[in-house]
Design a binder for this molecule. Sequence first.
Ligand code: NAP
Length: 305
Amino acid sequence: MDDKLDVLIIGSGPAGLSAAVYAKRAGLNALVIEKEYRGTGQIAESDQVDNYLGLPKINGYDLGEAFLKHAQELGVQFQEGVADIFQKNEDGWTVHFADGQAINTKTVIYCAGAAHRRLGVEGEEEFAGKGVSYCAVCDGAFYRGKETAVIGGGDTALGDALYLSDLCDKVYLIHRREQFRGAASFVQQLREKENVEILTSAVPSKIVGEQTVTALELKDGRSIPVNGAFVAVGMQPQTEPLLGVVDLDEAGYVIADETGITSEPGFFAAGDVRTKALRQVVTAVSDGANAAVSAMEYIRNIFYE
Ligand code: NAP
């Protein structure tokens, strides 16, 4: 048993890094699997995180880097990889990776987060990377002085529209309902922007173009001339490898409360990937801490008593 890792942490976003810091400080032998070298997850795509206590208006990328630096300074170990098979053994878990490697561990803390949901209209796939983007902070600079549309009504769409309004000549915010899901303060700021036009009850039907995007068509027949379409219609939990491994809800999130305890002993979930009411950096960080403590208690009870 002793050659096994104590905790294998899947994902290096705020939940995974927080779990790593707590595990390391508790003296556990932990390894963080990151999909991208020095990746910090979705947070790196946020221009401004305005609600993380004590750090108002911090840039998401900088906050992610601060989290990473904290974990690195404690000596947390990282390895790049994509975990695709999780097998429960008599005395822990074996995790297999896309490159053929396998790692044995006493516990897993799964913090793989969520990926951008697709809009699902004609032209979206065809123009992906050629006018269709899922990250305003990453790609916004390509649209300086141009016209763009942001599709969605949550905090991501509102934040993206605000960000783009400082770069683009014109930004259309296209939302399928009258009410916005995102923060009223964001909506108010957008209403005050002269170069932002908000279209509600507006449902996209097609993204059109030639080499790159030229327009967004709506179901009511309108055609909005744009150079870029930023899709911000929510997230999809990254739980495909967990089908048949742990219990998931109907939307694919891992069923777990704030302790991170799942249907399978020794397998914990933290951050956006688990069932919860509020998916924010602050709740991801809190989840990571809780899951590490749960893993620590599990190891103590199962392996040392
Ligand atoms: P979200 O809150 O789930 O919002 C998704 C939006 O996309 C909704 O307005 C939804 O419309 C719309 N939508 C979904 N499918 C669509 C489709 N097929 N066609 C057109 N519109 C569609 O997702 P999110 O904005 O990515 O936010 C995810 C979580 O992260 C939230 O909890 C959010 O608060 C949080 N977040 C926080 C910040 C921050 O600054 N603190 C920034 C970003 C995200 P309906 O409203 O009609 O359902």
